[in-house]
Design a protein around this ligand. Structure first.
Ligand code: NDP
Length: 450
């Protein structure tokens, strides 16, 4: 459709040099053609043009003092993308690769993901190019406090509720919440992913990883299959990867790989989850330490990865769970997965597969769960945390896990049903994008030109 191309070309002119953001927008807009053609009012009301422009983008300086007394300066971001369905909701990412393009792609994806959960949450994302690696606890605290000195005026329990993402876990949330409380004098649910000691929800830590695996089970159930006895490849070794591995074991599957920014571990008999947690939760040491316990495991350093992709996807397995970062699964990786018999990909990370890798999965008709559907369990459980905070209740692990399973099933069914309705049964990219879009777009129509 020419006006989709026009929108993208206009975006490239008005928001230059944001490759990841264009990639995310193109992926969504490409699959919206059928609904835009059949519902002209979306076009008449310029819904697409409004959707791709964030309601508000905040960029700020984050100065802090390191342990040697030197002044360091980082960039801070919060993109409040769309509030048609509720307060902006989405994590904060602290990683040296963070820039405006990355935060905007994540915020854009978040709109549709949050809409798909069926919960009352809008889309936003934020972060900083701060590199936590090698920093002392004191440095991390001072950085988080400085970050909050600016962000506090833009967030609130009914306006914008951040959470964690890469490089932001319970420790960082604690420091940011402490500073928010000091600056505002208010103790309120302005963050999710909080510690269980002061307002966090059970299962939030596990939710994204568990959810990705629940989503995979739902995809397999339509083929009368399950994850039991399946060999699985996982990338990443952070929050999402660890709890995806945990749930895979609980369901009788065998996760045989994990990875980090230094390389990939392959362990044929199954990744030792306790050892992985010891190496990565808290201390974040390199995965090479895994070999000290398991001589038979293999470590492939990133310098030895294939030129056209990543070592982790070159092993033979039944299913793949990308849980590290964006664009970590290329066309060549996708082809290798399929050649080696992989029948399912469920994405824990945001936009981990490149567009040509996605096309390869769809053409091969394997079960493919795009991140905005498959990893929505984290944000959904964040909303359950908000609900517990505002009603001053605490739900049990089983209650929250039960809700998480229902939400993941609903997301799958909504995307699946929509793919059938629009003539491409099983294409969950199309199903998730159209279903998420419809909910946000209809709310925008009813709220007028704002
Ligand atoms: P963590 O910081 O806990 O872990 C990230 C993992 O990915 C680490 O193993 C890290 O390696 C690795 N990694 C990060 N960047 C790179 C890179 N450029 N190259 C290679 N490896 C890399 O983050 P999460 O587990 O929370 O997030 C992982 C993905 O899941 C992200 O895409 C995030 O947006 C997405 N996500 C997370 C949610 C959540 O609830 N946490 C919710 C929905 C999506 P190392 O240890 O060496 O740093």
């Amino acid at each position: 459709m020419s006006y989709i191309h026009e929108t993208i070309s206009n975006l490239k002119n008005t928001s230059p040099a944001q490759a990841e953001f264009y990639q995310a927008v193109e992926e969504v807009l490409d699959s919206l053609a059928p609904i835009l053609e059949s519902n002209k009012h979306y076009q008449q009301q310029a819904i697409i043009q409004r959707l791709v422009e964030p309601e508000r983008q905040i960029m700020f300086r984050v100065p802090w003092v390191d342990d040697e007394g030197n002044i360091q300066v980082n960039k801070g971001y919060r993109v409040e993308f769309n509030s048609a369905l509720g307060p902006y909701k989405g994590g904060l990412r602290f990683h040296p690769s963070v820039n405006a393009s990355i935060i905007k792609f994540l915020g854009f994806e978040q709109i549709f993901k949050n809409a798909l959960t069926g919960l009352p949450i809008g889309g936003g994302k934020g972060g900083s190019n701060f590199d936590a690696k090698g920093k002392s606890d004191g440095e991390i605290m001072r950085f988080c406090q400085s970050f909050m000195n600016e962000l506090y005026r833009h967030i609130g329990p009914t306006t914008d509720v951040p959470a964690g993402d890469i490089g932001v876990g319970a420790r960082e949330i604690g420091y940011m919440f402490g500073q928010y409380k000091r600056l505002t004098g208010r103790y309120e649910g302005v963050f999710t992913g909080k510690s269980l000691l002061w307002g966090g929800s059970l299962v939030r830590k596990e939710a994204t990883g568990y959810g990705v695996v629940y989503f995979a089970e739902n995809m397999l159930s339509v083929k009368q299959e399950s994850l039991k006895d399946k060999k699985c490849l996982i990338s990443g070794s952070g929050n999402v990867a660890i709890y995806a591995i945990e749930k895979l074991y609980q369901l009788g599957a065998t996760p045989i790989t994990c990875s980090d920014s230094t390389g990939t571990i392959y362990h044929e008999s199954g990744i030792d989850l306790a050892l992985l947690k010891e190496l990565k939760e808290g201390s974040r040491s390199s995965l090479i330490g895994y070999l000290e316990e398991y001589k038979e495991a293999q470590f492939i350093p990133i310098d030895d990865y294939p030129k056209d992709g990543h070592a982790v996807w070159r092993f033979s397995a039944d299913a793949a769970f990308p849980c590290a970062t964006q664009n970590e699964l290329t066309l060549a990786d996708a082809q290798a997965l399929i050649e080696n018999g992989c029948q399912l990909v469920s994405e824990g990370a945001n936009m981990p597969s490149t567009q040509d890798a996605i096309n390869t999965f769809i053409e091969a008709k394997i079960s493919y769960g795009p991140g905005k559907a498959a990893n929505a369990g984290g944000v959904a459980t964040s909303q359950l945390e908000m609900a517990q905070n505002s009603s001053m209740q605490t739900w049990s692990f089983e209650q929250v896990d039960q809700r998480l399973q229902e939400i993941m099933k609903n997301i799958f069914q909504t995307a699946h049903k929509t793919s059938i309705e629009f003539g491409q049964p099983g294409n969950l990219v199309l199903g998730a994008n159209i279903a998420g879009f419809k909910r946000v777009a209809d709310a925008m129509l009813e709220q007028g030109v704002v």
